[in-house]
Design a protein around this ligand. Structure first.
Ligand code: 9WN
Length: 432
């Protein structure tokens, strides 16, 4: 077997290079995911970035999360993009002029109107633990706790579109795994916005073959403008796309466990959060787990059917404390579809599927954030040897390929942006 463990000196170089990426991508109040392709603040990126930044500057990691929650809407939602007013409105599409968030948040900071996976409570607790003394002086936990609770409350109430307690996403961008093959069938019934009605900006910074198609974008724009034109109202009947996603709900559950820790640390009662976590875990397993497949699948709320797509989202419940089927998920990860022992980062989609594309976004390549989550889950469930091996191979991959946005999981060819913030941030965390 080839020894993939990076040497100590490699770690030092990686550490230095990762810090450089995070320093370069820091703006006045937050970190951009990548300088050209994504020149604003993104919601779940900031959570992963804080997990790495805490090793470089605990104060900056706290500010990363605080600035995101500074743009939280009155209804509790945390928008998926917070726009930087100093960046031209047309630098990213769809920009502030499309979303028209107005005074949806107290500061009237321009934002999008959709959300992203709730990784923030997990990140807040991790950030706090990196330096409790500095967090205490800044009042970090007492300030974040009510905001996080309000955010989860929005998801647990207004987004319970299926009526079983789980949160639904209403747009592929909300999954964070935009063009995952899992969304193909539910998206196919959406009438795309006419091609001439909008101009993509992403193709100026990344090859078309590595990005979603124009047809995907037409559907993304249709869904987003319908939501906007309905005043961003949530009701089971109005969403043409409504999915109970395993990754989304797994983060919500792990987040409720983190909120219980945060509550206890500031003298509040952790019990309600633990009760919510237990209730959601039962719903996650009964509604989204298929025991014949040893896999979680998204549920299309509009048809009531499971979407039987073998996407990385189905392995992500590994991060749920006390998950009763963790060993089964490890078996699935070790199998031919994901090849946990060789493929790195873990492929976003079934390696054996005829439509697996190793360089196209969420249709095959590996991403460091989902691999980090699986690593975290392996450790949580006592799979230490597999966790250590995955960490070593991830670090080796980043050493070879750099801080790319996504990577061919078998050849290691890098794709998408370079200098990608969460790749750098989570590398810093894996080195520790
Ligand atoms: C749309 C910023 C974001 C990530 C998502 C990733 C990609 C945006 C885009 O970039 O999505 O939100 O323009 O393609 O899919 O996970 O948060 O890094």
């Amino acid at each position: 077997a080839v020894d993939t463990r990076p040497a100590a000196s490699d770690h030092r170089n990686l550490d230095r290079a990762a810090r450089r990426v995070l320093v370069t991508n820091w703006r006045a109040r937050a970190t951009v995911p990548a300088t050209k392709l994504y020149p604003h603040q993104w919601s779940w990126d900031s959570a992963f970035i804080a997990i790495g930044l805490r090793h470089l500057s605990p104060t900056r990691a706290q500010r990363e999360l605080e600035s995101l929650f500074g743009a939280q809407w009155h209804d509790g939602r945390v928008p998926h993009i917070v726009f930087d007013p100093d960046v031209p409105g047309d630098a990213y599409f769809p920009g502030p002029g499309f979303w028209r968030s107005g005074s949806a948040n107290a500061a009237a900071v321009p934002t999008s109107g959709i959300v992203q996976p709730p990784a923030h409570a997990l990140a807040t607790w991790a950030t706090y633990r990196a330096d409790p003394a500095v967090a205490h002086v800044r009042g970090f936990l007492p300030r974040m706790y009510p905001r996080l609770a309000h955010w989860h409350h929005y998801l647990l109430t207004r987004r319970d579109l299926g009526g079983a307690g789980l949160a639904s996403i209403v747009h592929p961008w909300e999954s964070g795994m935009d063009n995952s093959p899992a969304w193909d069938a539910p998206l196919s019934r959406i009438e795309p916005a006419p091609p001439g009605s909008f101009t993509r900006r992403d193709l100026a910074h990344a090859p078309a073959a590595e990005r979603p198609t124009d047809l995907d974008y037409g559907r993304y724009i249709r869904l987003a403008s319908d939501y906007r034109d309905a005043g961003y109202a949530d009701s089971p009947s109005m969403h043409a796309f409504a999915i109970e996603d395993p990754l989304y709900n797994a983060l919500l559950i792990a987040g409720e466990h983190a909120l219980a820790d945060i509550a206890a640390a500031i003298g509040r009662d952790p019990a309600p959060h633990l009760a919510t976590a237990a209730r959601l875990t039962a719903a996650l397993v009964s509604r989204l787990y298929d025991p014949a497949a040893n896999m979680f699948f998204p549920r299309n709320v509009n048809t009531g059917e499971l979407v039987r797509s073998w996407s990385i989202t189905g392995l992500m419940p590994m991060i749920v404390p006390g998950l009763p089927v963790a060993r089964e998920l490890v078996d699935t990860a070790l199998g031919n579809r994901f090849r946990l022992r060789e493929a790195c980062p873990l492929p976003s989609y079934d390696l054996t599927a005829p439509d697996h594309v190793p360089g196209q976004y969420w249709r095959g390549p590996g991403w460091v954030n989902t691999s980090w989550l699986f690593w975290h889950g392996l450790r949580l469930h006592g799979e230490t040897a597999l966790a250590d091996d995955l960490r070593d191979r991830l670090l080796h991959r980043v050493l070879e390929t750099g801080f790319r946005e996504y990577v061919d999981p078998l050849t290691g060819t890098g794709h998408g942006s370079d200098g990608f913030s969460w790749t750098a941030a989570l590398t810093l965390d894996l080195i520790r």
